[in-house]
Write a new protein. Structure first.
Length: 250
C-alpha cells in the first residue's frame, strides 16, 4: 500500500493521518493504477469487484489500529461519532474523541478535510463536495468537535479537483453567494462561456473554515484531475475508484 503523508506542521505527535493513493492494490481496470497494475480502490459503491475492494481494505486495515468508520456519503452535512457506529450511516463527516476509532472519508475529486485540535484530543474528517460544502459540512464538523471538548482546531485540505479544472454553472455559484457574497472571489468566469465558471473548492473551504474560527489550515495544493498517477478522478475518468483520507488518535 502506498500513501500520502500530509504536510501538517502543527499536527500533535499522538495523531496519525494518511491519504491512500491509487496504486499498490488488487483492483483491475478501470479501477487500476492507470499504468496496468493493480489499483487501490476502497469504494464498494463504484462497480469494482467486491473481492478486490475487500483485499484492498484488508491491506489498509493492517496499517490502522481499528477498522475505519466508513460512511455512506450523500453530499450532505451530517456529522457522526466514529466511536459509536454500529452500521454504515448516511453521513458526510465523523469525529472521534481519544483513541480507538479511525475517521475515514472516500473521495475522487470532492475535497477531504481532516481536523485535529492542538491538544490531540479530538479529531475529525469531512467529505466536502460542493453541495456538502455549501450546506455547512465543515462548520458542522467543527461544531461537533467543540461540543466534544476540542480546543483550538487546525485542519488539512486533502487532494481534490483543482481550481483550473472545476467547471461549474451559475447554480453552483448562486448557492454560495446566497450564503455570503464573499464567496464570489472563488469563482472565475470562463471566457466565451456564459454562465460558466471555474470554482476554487480550496478557497471555498478556507472561507468556511475561517467563518468557523479555524485559522490554521494546510494543504490545498493538489489536483486529482491532473495527477492521474496518484489519484482517482471521477471528472477525468467517469467510472473509477475512490481513495481514502483517514485520521485517528494513536
Amino acid at each position: 500500500m502506498q500513501a500520502l503523508r500530509p504536510d501538517w506542521p502543527d499536527l500533535p505527535a499522538g495523531v496519525a493521518v494518511l491519504t491512500t493513493l491509487r496504486s499498490g492494490g488488487y483492483s483491475l481496470a478501470p479501477y487500476d493504477d492507470g499504468a496496468g497494475g493493480g489499483g487501490f480502490n476502497l469504494g464498494l459503491h463504484v462497480g469494482d469487484a467486491a473481492e478486490s475492494v475487500a483485499r484492498n481494505r484488508a491491506l489498509l486495515r493492517a496499517e490502522l489500529p481499528a477498522e475505519p468508520a466508513w460512511l455512506t456519503q450523500i453530499h450532505g452535512a451530517t456529522v457522526v461519532n466514529a466511536a459509536h457506529l454500529t452500521d454504515v450511516p448516511r453521513a458526510d463527516a465523523s469525529i472521534a474523541v481519544g483513541s480507538g476509532a479511525v475517521c475515514a472519508i472516500l473521495t475522487a475529486d470532492c475535497l477531504p478535510v481532516l481536523f485535529c485540535d492542538r491538544a490531540g484530543a479530538v479529531v475529525g474528517a469531512a467529505h466536502a463536495g460542493w453541495r456538502g460544502l455549501a450546506a455547512g459540512v465543515l462548520e458542522n464538523t467543527v461544531a461537533a468537535m467543540r461540543a466534544a471538548g476540542a480546543g483550538e482546531i487546525t485542519a488539512w485540505l486533502g487532494p481534490a479537483i483543482g481550481p483550473d479544472r472545476f467547471e461549474v454553472g451559475e447554480d453552483v455559484r448562486a448557492a454560495y453567494l446566497t450564503r455570503d457574497v464573499r464567496h464570489d472571489r472563488a469563482f472565475a468566469p470562463i471566457a466565451g462561456a456564459a454562465g460558466k465558471y471555474l470554482a476554487d473548492i480550496y478557497s471555498l473551504a478556507r472561507l468556511a473554515l475561517a467563518e468557523a474560527g479555524v485559522e490554521q489550515v494546510y494543504g490545498g495544493g493538489f489536483c486529482t484531475v491532473v495527477d492521474a498517477e496518484h489519484f482517482y478522478s471521477y471528472r477525468r475518468d467517469g467510472v473509477t475508484g475512490r481513495f481514502a483520507s483517514l485520521i485517528w488518535i494513536a
